[in-house]
Design a protein around this ligand. Structure first.
Ligand SMILES: Nc1ncnc2c1ncn2[C@@H]1O[C@H](COP(=O)(O)OP(=O)(O)OP(=O)(O)O)[C@@H](O)[C@H]1O
Length: 619
């Protein structure tokens, strides 16, 4: 055991934290950054910040040239990656204070606190990301603050050691900084010339300072960001502008936008474009948007910039004052971000309103692809509801149609509460001249019920199968009596399914039977049946206590149907029973609800029995 060295460290004396740089880099690579590729973004970002600082120092260079001409040059030849800037540079003291002190950032220093918003970096850890691809960071810098400043060389190593030395000013003729990395063998994937070029374009295509890339083959450096973003350019006509925005959207997202919506929020210096997706996306699937901060790409998967309902667009935005998190791959969820989200949502709403008011063709194409998104929006947004409800498509007894069209022919709009109920009643209701909308899909019933707000004079009422049954014509007494024996046999055959049987007359005459059954009734019957099976046990008691008078399903036979007329006259008990089972089976199939195992075997059995009967008769 080693005893503490009390001679050099007297008890109670202040000591200084030691940092295990390897552990820290490991932490960053596994928990902060999504991939080693971010090293290039951090280097570019430091160069951009240095240029911003230099511009603040003197808007014009000593020779009178505007500092806008200052830029960033990237080199990658396979053996080294080098990033060179004409920025503010570092003095020897700066190197000790900022480069060699983890967590210290010149962009947070008190003297320039008020300028902090101008910089992308702020945490003082970004440079460490270079250790994800190299064991040593070599920096050569010359400060622009003092004209005769010497060149400073700093070598920082992954084991936490570093060296600093000053060189004659001629070692770097002009102010600025050059960072050179010698990639580790395992980092080739991120440091190959083609990859460095691709990463530079990925992160830096919208940077406002000129950036060039040189792969060391001797030619001139190629521009990484040859032209500004389409929204920052001037275009000869509004049409040319929107074509340029659409072409840009296609380039970055790989689809031809249905339309583009220009975004501009001067309060946070945000500009950009929202591209309307030309095809339906599954509801709830959130899209990543491309968010740039001061030109630098922060994330191409940012979701937080728009509300959930906006899944019909993908955006590219570039903002001045959104705050990146330390990983620089997402945004701080603060008041500014939530205000930005609200303001962008407002822009999308305005676009929908404009299309509704003046471009029916565009609106039609938009709704065809995105009616679900719009429905989810209209539920909570009165303005959208008012504008778009009449245009939204619904499933009705007149087929798929808009509510506006439907309400023109049906002053009372009936709506079911489930898809299943709609299937049960649609044919019968439409023969009876009733207009029914399928309210079973998400949002639909809620929206249809609000139709009178938008179209005064229209009445909306719920339609359940029981209400419909009450409207079916009873048959006359003689017919009822003649069918009594058959009905009794049918009731007996279907009792196991908790199903009653009745005879009525209704259109269309082609429909032999209607199964009236609601989901609640079915659940109730299942519960009662379980309680019966578990009689006496704990579960049986609990389920029994819950039991209400189990509502029964009803098979309503159509007296107008020729097959039913023949069936009720059958005097062969076996065949009467099989025919009742077959009619029940067919009605269940028509309702398209899931079959219970007993129902599947009933359908099977009745089909085979009827087949056997038919074949016997033919013999
Ligand atoms: N190219 C450069 N030119 C001038 N100074 C630089 C350059 N690169 C780094 N520095 C100095 O080194 C400091 C630390 O850089 P580092 O990238 O680690 O952090 P940061 O950019 O301040 O903040 P963040 O962690 O948010 O990126 C910077 O604050 C800056 O003072």
């Amino acid at each position: 055991m080693t005893l503490p060295d009390t001679a050099t460290n007297p008890a109670g004396a202040d000591r200084t934290f030691q940092v295990d740089l390897r552990g820290l880099v490991d932490l960053l690579s596994h928990h902060l950054y999504s991939s080693p590729r971010v090293y290039l973004r951090e280097l570019l970002q430091n160069a951009v910040d240095a240029l911003t600082a230099r511009h603040r120092l003197a808007p014009d260079a000593p020779d009178g040239a505007p500092t806008d001409a200052f830029g960033i040059r990237l080199y990658a030849d396979g053996a080294a990656v080098r990033v060179e800037d004409d920025g503010v540079g570092l003095t020897e003291a700066d190197v000790h204070t900022f480069l060699a002190t983890i967590g210290r950032s010149s962009k947070r220093a008190d003297t320039i606190a008020e300028q902090r918003a101008d910089f992308i970096g702020q945490f003082g850890i970004g440079l460490l990301s270079c250790f994800l691809v190299a064991d040593e960071i070599h920096v050569l810098s010359r400060s622009a603050r003092t004209p005769d400043a010497p060149t400073v060389e700093w070598r920082g190593r992954g084991d936490g050691s570093y060296t600093v030395r000053t060189l004659p000013a001629s070692a770097r003729p002009r102010p600025g900084t050059t960072v050179t990395l010698t990639p580790r063998a395992d980092a080739g994937e991120w440091t190959r010339p083609a990859q460095v070029h691709a990463l530079a374009r990925h992160f830096g295509a919208l940077l406002r300072h000129p950036v060039t890339f040189d792969d060391g083959t001797g030619g001139p450096g190629v521009p990484v960001n040859p032209e500004p973003a389409p929204w920052a350019r001037t275009h000869p006509t509004p049409g040319a502008r929107s074509r340029a925005l659409a072409a840009y959207g296609e380039e970055v997202f790989g689809f031809t936008p249905l339309d583009t919506i220009e975004l501009d929020l001067p309060a946070v210096g945000l500009k950009g474009v929202a591209c309307v997706l030309p095809e339906t996306v599954p509801a709830g699937r959130r899209h990543g948007h491309r968010v740039h901060v001061k030109g630098m790409l922060l994330s191409d998967q940012a979701e937080e910039i728009l509300p959930d309902w906006a899944f019909f667009v993908r955006c590219v935005v570039d903002a001045e004052s959104l705050r990146p998190t330390a990983s620089r791959e997402s945004l701080y969820e603060d008041d500014t971000l939530s205000a930005v989200r609200d303001a962008l949502a407002e822009r999308l709403r305005d676009w929908i309103a404009r299309a509704a008011a003046s471009d029916p063709d565009l609106l039609g194409r938009f709704l065809q692809a995105h009616h679900l998104a719009v429905k989810s929006l209209a539920v909570h947004d009165d303005e959208i509801l008012r504008m778009l409800l009449p245009w939204l498509p619904f499933e009705t007894t007149d087929g798929h149609t808009t509510l506006d069209e439907f309400a023109r022919t049906h002053s009372t709009v009936l709506v079911t509460s489930s898809v299943e109920e709609f299937r049960q009643v649609a044919a019968i209701a439409s023969s009876a001249g009733l207009g029914v909308v399928n309210g079973g899909y998400t949002y639909d019933r809620e929206l249809v019920r609000r139709l009178p707000e938008v179209r005064p004079g229209t009445t909306v009422a719920d339609l359940d199968p029981a209400t419909l049954t009450a409207h079916l014509d009873p048959v006359d007494r003689d017919t009822e009596l003649a069918a009594a024996a058959y009905i009794a046999q049918a009731r007996d055959a279907l009792a196991v399914f908790g199903c009653d049987v009745a005879l009525r007359a209704f259109q269309p005459a082609s429909a032999p039977a209607l199964l009236v059954d609601s989901r609640e009734a079915r659940h109730e019957r299942t519960r009662s049946q379980l309680a019966r099976e578990q009689e006496g046990g704990l579960w049986g008691d609990i389920l029994g206590a819950l039991r209400q008078e189990a509502p029964r399903a009803q098979l309503i036979l159509n007296q107008l149907n020729p097959l039913v007329r023949t069936a009720v006259a059958i005097d062969e008990p076996e065949l009467a029973r099989t025919s009742a089972e077959a009619l029940y089976g067919q009605a269940v199939l028509l309702s398209r609800r899931p079959l219970r195992p007993a129902e599947s075997s009933l359908i099977n059995r009745s089909f085979l029995d009827l087949l056997a009967h038919a074949l016997r008769k033919d013999r």
